[in-house]
Design a protein around this ligand. Structure first.
Ligand SMILES: [Zn+2]
Ligand SMILES: [Zn+2]
Length: 260
């Protein structure tokens, strides 16, 4: 297994090398002969350090422990084994501490019940290594029209993904995004969850023209709208003087366009 791991490292296949190494590490635990054990663990530790170098990670602590183990070997075999095992553990935990971590935000510019619309999802990799083969699944009171393809995300970068959905209700709807990705150097699968809300306008016309039934405020000029005035009621709930709506051409609250 260690030979195979070294070969894979030589071929720059760090993913396979890492997995072989972890398998070898499990087997080494069962080895009784202390000389053989020392040799096996040092090969494993050297391979792990080699993987760290390949993925561009500091090898300082593991390399130091490995050197100590070598010095100790002439004096005390048991403590040499302890040092070399520590070197391997240190390399392993350094590898494990390198992981993608995906967070994000959810935003909906203007969804309407029973109509296809966009949800803007910004994914950000706040981890320290590349996330690859990212997938995203949306769940909530809506039908997801398509699952956008994402690809990879470098650490410290973000990406805007636009998902199309058909909401089955209106109001503030909770939305959950389940994200999976693979760590680039060993392909291990990671899961993340993103929770948010999307606001959905009720079905029906985007705005109506009518007469105010009570005194209210115009969303455009902030002036009083007396009962009986001609008004435009937008899908977002705001009221405007009809003359103001004609002048401005769009809702100041939700940007719905008016055409008369
Ligand atoms: Zn007005
Ligand atoms: Zn509006």
């Amino acid at each position: 297994l260690l030979d195979q791991a070294q070969q894979a490292t030589g071929e720059n296949n760090t993913s396979e090398a890492f997995q072989l190494l972890m398998e070898a590490d499990q087997r080494i635990l069962g080895v009784e002969d202390s000389h053989k054990k020392f040799i096996d663990i040092s090969i494993a530790a050297e391979s792990a350090i080699e993987i760290l170098k390949r993925i561009g990670v500091s090898t300082g602590e593991s390399a130091r422990l490995l050197a100590l183990a070598d010095l100790e070997r002439d004096k005390d075999y048991d403590s040499a084994i302890e040092f070399v095992a520590e070197a391997l553990d240190s390399a392993k935990s350094t590898i494990e501490s390198h992981s993608p971590n995906i967070t994000g935000t959810i935003d909906s510019p203007g969804l309407q019940e029973d109509a296809e619309g966009d949800v803007d999802i910004t994914l950000k990799n706040i981890g320290n290594v590349l996330a690859k083969e990212i997938t995203m699944q949306l769940s909530g009171q809506f039908e997801a029209v398509d699952a956008p393809r994402i690809g990879s995300l470098n650490p410290g970068t973000d990406i805007l993904v636009r998902a199309r959905i058909v909401p089955h209700a209106s109001g503030e709807l909770p939305i959950r995004v389940n994200i999976t990705c693979k760590r680039h150097f060993d392909g291990s699968l990671l899961n993340f969850e993103l929770d948010g809300k999307v606001s959905v306008f009720s079905a029906g016309p985007p705005y109506t023209i009518g007469r105010a039934t009570e005194t209210t405020k115009c969303a455009h000029c902030q002036g009083r709208v007396k009962s009986g005035f001609e008004i435009v009621t937008c899908r977002c709930g705001s009221n405007l003087h009809l003359t103001c709506a004609k002048r401005t051409g769009q809702c100041p609250v939700c940007s719905q366009k008016f055409s008369f």
